[in-house]
Structures are given as structure tokens and as C-alpha cells.
Ligand binder design. Structure first.
Ligand SMILES: [Zn+2]
Length: 338
């Protein structure tokens, strides 16, 4: 697929935001001497270099015109329920080591930081958590993590935790717990984005009811296009739009289309559906790079995302809509929430 001059110009002049990758969890063990020993890892993974085994690193971010990446700290099952907080702090340590090793990388904890990255055309990183078990049931953990730079929190992964049920554990039909409600209030107060990807439907509706700030579904697609529990129903997407929220398009093949052959056009079908349903103000990118084993065939790593811009041009979208999709919608949300 060729990229036209118009697509290149538009893509590289836009502020491009992606709200989910698992890259940090690929490097976390390699950057910790103790973890290196117990996992027999020889070398540290250096994100300032091009790593053939990774979907995303700093050189690839630049090549793909990606300005701001949300870096998720994910808590693997073996660290749940106890041990989650310590594992989360290892992820935070990896995030800070990444910043120290890449002085040009801007740490984003405010809307102004994002603007600074935009003005200087520097790559930027926002610290996120995927799975609220990391807090181990404590609002103090949240407060301290805020001080350490946390600005987005996925309430659950697929399992149930002290906050709510995840999509993989949705049997009781319960929504947010009492702690979950207190947590939302505290996140709204501090300025931490509430992320509903992986959350069960009853939990989702509770978040819509209790959150006073716009939310995100950092990496979820449309269930009307691909019937998968990780995707949002039309009713959920309409509620997200009324809340002022934004959802990031996930490249994970089973969330895009069932079947073996999945391509960029199939992902763009989700974009068409969502924009037709709620307009262009509530959609963005949430690739899930380095957390997925397969993506639409054109999207091999983050250097290929200009192809999405080309695809949107080919489908007749105007520049303003494409800029919103690429990052303006998320910038608006950062301004409102952070
Ligand atoms: Zn995920």
C-alpha cells in the first residue's frame, strides 16, 4: 500500500496519540537485575534502539509519527492478588528507566506536557496501569501512584478484583464495589483517567453513572462490527460519547474480525461504524502493540500507522476528522481530565 503526499503531510503534522501498548511489560524483567537472574535474560532491552522483536520503541515511534504513547503497567496473573503492588512498582521503575535512558522523551502528567511534546515534536509517554489490582484495595496506593506520575488506570483486566468484575469473570452481574465507587470519585478528584477496557458490562454502566469526568476505553472496538466481549456495544458507545469519552481502536485480530484473513480495511470498518453512530469526536488509536500476537496484515508495527491515515483518506474522511481520530480527541480529553 502506497502512502500519498497528502497522507504523509497530514499524518506527520498531526499530534498522534495511542492509548495502549504493553511494551513496558516486555522490558520490565530485562531491566531489573533480580528478574534478569531468575528469568535467565542476558541483555537489557534498550528502547532507544530499534528492536526487531518489538512492535514499538523510540525509533519506531518517530518513524511512524507517533507522538504520545500510553505505556501500560500490566499485572500478570502470577502476581495476583498478592504481589500486585510490588509488580506494579517494577513497571513504574521500568517507565522511569525508559525516561532516564531517553532524555528527549517527554513525561506527560498534564495537558501542558502534551502541548510541550507537540510544540517540540518530541516523543512522549504517559504512565498507565492495566488492572486496578495493582492498588491492592487502597486509595493511598492510588494517591502515591498519582505522585509517581500515574494518569490513567484500567479498572480491571479480565478477572474480577476489588473494584469490579472483568469481562472474563462476569458471572455475578454485579457492577462496581463500594471500593470501586470510592476509587472513581478519587480518580476524578485527582485527575486520573478512568479506563473501562476489559471491564464487565454492569461495571461499565456503573462507571458511566458515577464518573463525573470523561472516560476512555483505551483499547476496545465495536461489537456490532466484530462480536467479541472485549468490544463495546452500540449502547455502550453512545453512552461513552454522551460522557465525552474516547475509545481507542485495538489492532488485536480477534477484536477486529473473526477468521484468519484480517486486514486494515476490516479495522477501518470499525471506524466507519463508530463515526456513523456518534460522530468523529470519540474515537482514536489504542493499538495494543507488544501485547498482541497478530494484527491486521498491513499493521506490522508502529511504523505502519501512517497507512491508517491513508486508509481514512481513501474512505473520504476530511482532514479535520482524521486529525481528531489521530490525536485531537485524546488531547481534548487530557485537557478536561488531567
Ligand atoms: Zn488489554
Amino acid at each position: 500500500m502506497n502512502i500519498s503526499k497528502r497522507a504523509k503531510d497530514l499524518h506527520f503534522s498531526s499530534f498522534v496519540v495511542d492509548t495502549h501498548c504493553d511494551t513496558l511489560m516486555k522490558v520490565v524483567n530485562s531491566w531489573n537485575p533480580y528478574m534478569r537472574r531468575i528469568h535467565n535474560i542476558d541483555n537489557e532491552i534498550d528502547l532507544s534502539q530499534d528492536n526487531p522483536g518489538l512492535h514499538l520503541d523510540i525509533p519506531k515511534m518517530k518513524k511512524g509519527g507517533l507522538n504520545l504513547q500510553f505505556f501500560a503497567v500490566y499485572i500478570e496473573p502470577q502476581y495476583k492478588p498478592s504481589g500486585s503492588l510490588a509488580r506494579a512498582l517494577q513497571g513504574f521503575d521500568a517507565f522511569y528507566q525508559m525516561l532516564e535512558r531517553n532524555p528527549e522523551l517527554v513525561k506527560v502528567t498534564s495537558y501542558q506536557d502534551a502541548l510541550k511534546a507537540k510544540e517540540t515534536n518530541s516523543p512522549a509517554a504517559l504512565l498507565a496501569i492495566e488492572g486496578g489490582e495493582a492498588l491492592e484495595g487502597s486509595l493511598s496506593s492510588l494517591g502515591m501512584m498519582y505522585k509517581l506520575g500515574l494518569r490513567s488506570l484500567g479498572l480491571t483486566w479480565n478477572q474480577r478484583n476489588r473494584i469490579a468484575e472483568g469481562v472474563g469473570d462476569c458471572v455475578s452481574g454485579g457492577g462496581l464495589t463500594v471500593f470501586g465507587r470510592e476509587l472513581i470519585a478519587e480518580m476524578n478528584k485527582l485527575g486520573i483517567i478512568v479506563d473501562v477496557s476489559h471491564l464487565s458490562e454492569p461495571g461499565y454502566w456503573d462507571v458511566i453513572k458515577y464518573s463525573t469526568k470523561p472516560i476512555i476505553a483505551s483499547h476496545s472496538n465495536a461489537r456490532a462490527v466484530c462480536d467479541h466481549p472485549r468490544n463495546l456495544t452500540d449502547e455502550q458507545i453512545i453512552a461513552l460519547a454522551e460522557n465525552g469519552g474516547v475509545m481507542g481502536m485495538n489492532f488485536c485480530k480477534p477484536f477486529v474480525k473473526s477468521g484468519e484473513e484480517v486486514n486494515l480495511d476490516d479495522l477501518l470498518d470499525h471506524v466507519d461504524h463508530i463515526i456513523t453512530l456518534v460522530g468523529p469526536d470519540h474515537i482514536g488509536l489504542g493499538s495494543d502493540f507488544d501485547g498482541i500476537t497478530s494484527a491486521p496484515k498491513e499493521l506490522t508495527d508502529v511504523t505502519t500507522i501512517p497507512l491508517i491515515t491513508q486508509g481514512l483518506i481513501d474512505r473520504g474522511y476530511d482532514d479535520e476528522t482524521i486529525e481528531k481520530f489521530l490525536g485531537k480527541n485524546y488531547l481534548r480529553l487530557l485537557k478536561e481530565v488531567l
